[in-house]
Design a protein around this ligand. Structure first.
Ligand code: FMN
Length: 185
């Protein structure tokens, strides 16, 4: 099995349903996967670049797992990217430490999936909102291996116990699909 690093970009997993479930399920199905909980490691947003670079250097497959916040990745994931992907390490004429590593982008959204279409209320496809991440990793010579997306898992909806059951089912299905994607690489 290849070395798998799951970078969790949720800012507070203690208040998460789906992302927490996805991380727990993936860990059950791929016990050797390393889960990088940024919220737990860096509540002060002071990213340990050397430690994060070491995890990335060991990995063959990197999963960026996060909830969509304001049509983007959460702030802590951006901070991680800014502090870890450094010129001369990940990019620039001598920066090749991420070259050839595969990346999967795995995300959830509160709005339902039909919201994220050119003809939907968002006016754009979900992949348009992750394009900056795709461009960043490909600029660092990583191999973008696709994205996995589950919508309709909002904080409001989970207040209804019946909907919460459905949300958890979606989370489990997302985790199984993610594991299939990882194992196919
Ligand atoms: C600060 C914040 C911003 C959010 N912005 C969006 C958004 O732009 N689009 C959207 O569909 N959902 C948005 N949501 C909803 C989250 O994406 C949703 O609650 C999350 O995917 C659920 O995952 P979890 O159970 O792991 O927390 C936002 C939630 C928060 C807390």
């Amino acid at each position: 099995m290849k070395n798998v690093l799951i970078v969790s970009g949720h800012t507070d997993l203690s208040d998460s349903v789906v992302n927490k479930l996805v991380l727990e399920e993936v860990k059950k199905l791929i016990p050797e996967a390393e889960i990088d909980r940024l919220d737990e490691l860096y509540p002060d947003f002071k990213i340990d670049a050397k430690a994060e670079q070491a995890k990335l250097e060991k990995a063959d497959i990197v999963v960026l797992q996060f909830p969509l916040f304001w049509y983007s990745a959460p702030s802590i994931l951006h901070r991680w990217l800014e502090q870890t992907f450094l010129h001369g390490w990940s990019h620039g004429s001598t920066g090749d430490k991420l070259k050839g590593k595969k990346v999967i982008i795995s995300l959830t959204s509160g709005a339902p999936e039909e919201f994220y279409h050119s003809y939907g209320a968002a006016g754009h496809e979900i992949k348009d909102f992750i394009q900056p991440l795709i461009s960043s990793v490909t600029m660092c010579q990583m191999e973008y291996a696709g994205f996995l997306y589950t919508g309709g898992v909002s904080y409001q909806a989970r207040q209804d116990p019946d909907v919460l059951v459905q949300i958890k089912e979606k989370g489990l299905a997302h985790a199984v699909e993610l594991v299939n994607m990882i194992k196919s690489l």
